[in-house]
Structure formats: structure tokens, C-alpha cells
Design a protein around this ligand. Structure first.
Ligand code: UDP
Length: 252
């Protein structure tokens, strides 16, 4: 359904579009997608994803064609200030997901959880159904499968009757999975959720309030998963690049 839900507020960061939406605006757009025809895709790019998309044409194309491009994380907040279109609040992918699940619970919506290590999606589903009474997670499976299993997985998702699909395969795998299968998926909305099932299942802890308030969620995550240091080193590079490319151009 193209870009029907992306009227206004869209900016480019390193050539990659992002919708500068508040979480209320994002929820409004989500609700509209749930009532529309076809399968909509929501992407939640953070600085790492924008950095990759600036080099990966396929990923950039998928992001550009998404129905909602939600900014995720502190890197985007800084970038939005550099380009002179400051985001009013920091919207994170996982907070948005929590709101969506609450919305689905209120209306008796059905979700499907695909991704993460064996057992994690099931545990995340059980925890979310307990947290949001009325929510029905109609199916769950892990995210370690071969290419030739994909058709069967899509059939399973369609057979479950779910209208909302969460895909946790990491980026860019999850965005590519959704884009590739959008045409045959019967869900109304599909979203890539990164490591969210690990947090929902209790495998990874969400950063405490202090870290979140001060935009230091990345630091807490690094303490839990020190091997991410290499990937996180992208953040300062990302900001320098935004400053050089988008920030200076603005001042011309
Ligand atoms: N994952 C998966 N299949 C894969 C690769 C990753 O299901 O082939 C899962 C992984 O178990 C984790 C999630 O994808 O739960 C997110 O991975 P990562 O933390 O690397 O991604 P990010 O949250 O940074 O996008």
C-alpha cells in the first residue's frame, strides 16, 4: 500500500528516510494499517541500521518503501538535532512494540512471534499473554531455519490466523524476510523487532530507568553483551558522518 501512512515528518539521515513521529502518531498510523488492505511493513532503524543501509542498497530500498519508519534509539535523537529536525521524544522499538501488544490485547488481536533461539519466542509469547490479558499469540517459532523452510513458515503464519507478525532475526535479515514475503503474508502488519523476544522472555534484561533516562541503554546492553563493542563503535562514526554530510549542508 505504498507510503499512505507517511504523510509529512519524513527526513533523510545519511540518505536513508526516517519518519520523525511521536509514539502517539506512530500508534495512530499502526491502527490505520490494521484496518487497511494488504500487509504493511514497519521498520525501526537505529544508527547501526542506517549505517548499514547507507551501504546496502537492498536494505535502503526496503526502508524507503516501508509504511512506517520509526526512529529507534539515542543515535537517531542526536542525528535529528544535527539535521535541525529534533525529535520531541525518544521512541524505542521495544516501547512501541509494548504499546502495539497492549492495543492488540484490547481488541482481541492475534500475533505471531518468529525468531530468536529455540524456546525464546514461545517464552516471550507466554510472558506477553500474561502481561496483556486479551492478547493472543497464535504461534511462535525460532529464527534458525534454512531458506527452503521459508515457504512452510509463511504457510504456518498464515494458518495461525495472526494479523500481526513480529520477526526477530536481527537486522537486516528480519527486514529482508518481511519484504520478500509481504506479498504472500496474510498478516496486516509485520515488524522487525531485533532482540526484543530475548528481553520479553527474560533472557536479556532491559536497562534500568537510570540508563534509559540518560540515553545510556547502549551502555547497559554492552555490559550484558560485551561482544557488541565492535558494532556499537558505529555510533560515534555515524554521528560524525551525519554532522559532515547532513549537518554542514544545512548550514550552507
Ligand atoms: N536471530 C535469529 N536468527 C538468526 C540470527 C539472529 O533468530 O539467524 C535472533 C537472535 O537470536 C536474537 C535476535 O535475532 O534474538 C536479534 O539479534 P541481534 O541482537 O544480533 O540483533 P539486533 O537486536 O541488534 O538487531
Amino acid at each position: 500500500m505504498g507510503n499512505r501512512h507517511t504523510d509529512g515528518g519524513r527526513v533523510e539521515i545519511l540518505g536513508v528516510p526516517v519518519d520523525m513521529v511521536s509514539s502517539d502518531e506512530a500508534m495512530g498510523r499502526f491502527a490505520a494499517m490494521m484496518g487497511a488492505e494488504g500487509c504493511c511493513q514497519i521498520v525501526t532503524p537505529n544508527s547501526e541500521i542506517i549505517w548499514s543501509a547507507a551501504k546496502d542498497g537492498e536494505l535502503k530500498g526496503i526502508i524507503s518503501g516501508a509504511d512506517l519508519i520509526m526512529p529507534d534509539g539515542i543515535g537517531i535523537v542526536y542525528a535529528s538535532r544535527i539535521i535541525g529536525r529534533p525529535l520531541g521524544e525518544r521512541v524505542t522499538g521495544i516501547d512501541f512494540l509494548a504499546k502495539v501488544l497492549e492495543w492488540l490485547a484490547a481488541g482481541g488481536g492475534k500475533a505471531y512471534f518468529l525468531g530468536s533461539k529455540p524456546g525464546v519466542a514461545e517464552k516471550a509469547a507466554a510472558n506477553m499473554m500474561e502481561k496483556y490479558p486479551g492478547l493472543h499469540v497464535a504461534g511462535a517459532r525460532d529464527g534458525y531455519f534454512a531458506e527452503d523452510e521459508e515457504e512452510g513458515i509463511v504457510a504456518e503464519i498464515n494458518g495461525s490466523g495472526a494479523d500481526f507478525l513480529c520477526v526477530a532475526l536481527g537486522s537486516p535479515k528480519q527486514e529482508k524476510f518481511i519484504s520478500r514475503n509481504k506479498g504472500r503474508l496474510k498478516v496486516k502488519v509485520a515488524i522487525g523487532v531485533g532482540g526484543s523476544f530475548d528481553v520479553m522472555a527474560g533472557v536479556l534484561k532491559r536497562a534500568p530507568e537510570f540508563y534509559r533516562k540518560h540515553g545510556l541503554e547502549w551502555l547497559y546492553r554492552l555490559k550484558q553483551q560485551p561482544y557488541r563493542i565492535k558494532r556499537m563503535a558505529v555510533l560515534p562514526l555515524f554521528l560524525i558522518r551525519v554532522l559532515a554530510k547532513d549537518g554542514l549542508r544545512r548550514r550552507k
